[in-house]
Design a protein around this ligand. Structure first.
Ligand code: HEM
Length: 444
């Protein structure tokens, strides 16, 4: 076979128009290029030195994610390092990255999740009790409150009290300051002009850092640190292979990473799931019936289908360490390549009638590793995937068994953008018509 290494064709628009299209109408932008060009195309964004190749065929996705030596394209560090810090697991590469994965994976693994069930259920129960009856409100914002609280309590291990309140307030503000599409564009252009990318957010971030360092110091004083099951305690007691431990600065960076990677994403995935379910009464009814029978298979399938149709993180890119070769595509080492997750998820070859919401697709069938990639793949696959799915199951179960809720506007939500996520633009407004009391906890 003769290998011709040229990048796949690019859209006819200028880099500025591509950046605007991608920022404000990402799905339309990708769909248009898929139709005009095909499974792989090269885009050029303002502020990026090289084009980025978007691939979507599962074969290309597999080749991209199974090569462990692939690095990160500079875009990730570019926009995230000012907030996450240099030691963030999301930004490190090579051996340093793998060492963090080894240390951080155990607390996020399968069975561990059970220990968080009580905390998550307690948080969502209190949240449901605070919702207004008969009045429309955006459920996305309420899901953000839930997932922030889950991170603060289960991941950071902050106990109830004034410190929790202060941290909650500070983090909410920083997330709001950095989240919008406009803020992301500001960051891109500030970098380009050599200005401080954080600008006015820097002062607030310093306050957050102080609060996080205080929390870490407080954890160090706890006599039960070894036995605690919040993730910060586990990171503090874990050791690298050379028996060293994470210092305070690194613990701060990983906490910010877990917050940023885990809070908005899970809240957004939940909001999209409500948007889909409330527009599909048959599937909603089937889910409710299955929950009433104490079954969770349909719930798991619903979550898989929602993450397929509305993947909240659109790209998970790499810089190729080696040539990427598939039957259809050859890309040279050094190219920046990303899976276009929504395009991969909406190929009719993998998912017949791909735009239809059908949880049944995943009943009795695990999602395909390279055709279902809401959590990315390979050695950089999302560390919190099991945690996120677990949290989503508890929240959906509690809300759907306690509340009769509906969407007032029957149309699908349009896609907007917050932080790195694609989120429902109007925040998924819902109305609660009836609410049952929380179940009594079982007697000991
Ligand atoms: C539905 C919710 C979530 C989605 C859709 C999601 C998606 C992703 C994606 C696409 C990546 C990039 C993977 C890659 O480059 O291949 C990622 C990485 C990551 N996620 Fe998540 N995530 C979610 C929830 C969480 C949660 C709850 C946490 C932790 C509390 C978390 C922690 C991380 C971390 C630490 C990484 C970096 C992994 C690495 O670079 O090695 N995520 N996530």
């Amino acid at each position: 076979m003769i290998m011709v290494m040229t990048l796949p064709p690019k859209p006819s628009q200028s880099p500025l128009m591509q950046t605007l299209g991608w920022t404000f109408r990402p799905l339309a932008f990708m769909d248009r290029n898929r139709k005009a060009i095909g499974d792989a195309f090269s885009v050029r964004f303002v502020g990026f030195e090289r084009p980025m190749v978007l691939v979507s065929h599962p074969e290309a996705v597999k080749a991209l994610y199974t090569e462990r030596r692939n690095g990160l394209p500079p875009g990730r560090a570019f926009s995230l390092e000012p907030i996450l810090g240099r030691r963030s697991v999301l930004l490190l590469e090579g051996e340093e990255h793998l060492a963090r994965r080894r240390l951080m994976l155990p607390p996020f693994h399968g069975e561990r999740m059970r220990s968080y069930e009580g905390v998550v259920a307690e948080i969502v129960t209190a949240e449901i009790d605070s919702w207004p009856l008969g009045r429309e409100f955006p459920i996305h914002a309420r899901m953000q409150a839930v997932t922030l609280e889950v991170i603060l309590r289960a991941v950071f291990g902050v106990a109830e009290g004034p410190r929790l309140e202060r941290l909650r307030m500070l983090l909410r503000d920083v997330l709001a300051d950095t989240g919008s599409a406009a803020a992301q564009l500001r960051l891109l252009f500030a970098r380009r002009r050599g200005r401080d990318p954080l600008g006015p957010v820097r002062a607030r971030l310093t306050q957050v850092d102080e609060a996080l360092f205080a929390e870490i110091a407080e954890h160090r004083l706890r006599p039960d640190l070894q036995r605690r099951d919040d993730i910060l305690s586990m990171l503090m007691t874990a050791r690298f292979e050379d028996s060293s431990e994470m210092d305070d600065q690194e613990l701060r960076d990983q906490l910010m990473t877990l917050l940023l990677a885990g809070h908005e994403t899970t809240a957004t995935a939940l909001a999209w799931t409500f948007d889909l379910l409330l527009r599909h009464p048959t599937e909603l009814g089937r889910l409710r019936d299955s929950l009433a029978n104490g079954e969770e298979e349909y719930l798991k399938a619903t979550i898989a289908e929602a993450l397929r149709l509305r993947p909240v993180v659109p790209l998970a890119g790499r810089r190729l360490a080696e040539d990427l070769v598939t039957e259809r595509l050859v890309l040279p080492a050094g190219t920046d390549v990303t899976a276009a997750i929504w395009l991969t998820h909406t190929r009719p070859e993998s998912y017949p009638d791909p735009l239809a919401f059908r949880p049944e697709r995943f009943l009795g069938q695990a999602p395909d590793t390279y055709a279902w990639i809401p959590f990315g793949g390979g050695v950089r696959r999302c560390l919190g995937a099991a945690f996120a799915e677990f949290e989503m199951r508890i929240v959906l179960r509690e809300v759907l068994t306690r509340c009769e809720l509906r969407k007032v506007d029957p149309r699908p939500e349009r896609t907007g953008r917050r932080n790195i996520t694609l989120s429902p633009r109007a925040g998924t407004p819902v109305v609660i018509d009836a609410r049952r009391p929380a179940r009594e906890p079982a007697l000991a």
